[in-house]
Design a protein around this ligand. Sequence first.
Ligand SMILES: [Zn+2]
Length: 173
Amino acid sequence: MQPAVPIDVDETSGIWRTDGLPMVYLPRHFLVNNHLAVEEALGREAYRAILRASTAKSAIEWCEAQLRGKGLGAEATFRHYFQRLSQRGWGQFSIDALDIAGRRGSISLRNSIFALEAGQRPGQRVCYMFEGFVTGAFSFLLGIAATAVECQETFCACDGPHDHCRFDFTARP
Ligand SMILES: [Zn+2]
């Protein structure tokens, strides 16, 4: 099948765009090799904290641009964000629970790029980059600071009996 995302390539500059946003198309191993090199240099927890802030910022900016450009509501934009991530090959996200009033939710991820590249690694949850994605999207949805959202990969496809990864998230009142 062909990609579900619209891709426009500028004939003059060669820049790829989807929905007006410049994009980069790159091999999965390139992205994951860079990711693992930085993780090794900084240590996982330090890198995880940096990624949480930077990826949350990008998720918020993306959602705000979609809100303006497509006229979707906040919840539709939140759902569209995970649909687009899935369509762009990061893995297949599904929103299993979304309780806006209760400020919590749960997202499953199948075929995560990080889990696929890692293979089986008992005791490790390797998809922590996505914690920031979820954090940013949920903070956008609630209209609160990303620092008020907590998200963690509760289990990972590469760790033990599960065939997918799961992210649980909650926001402080
Ligand atoms: Zn995972």
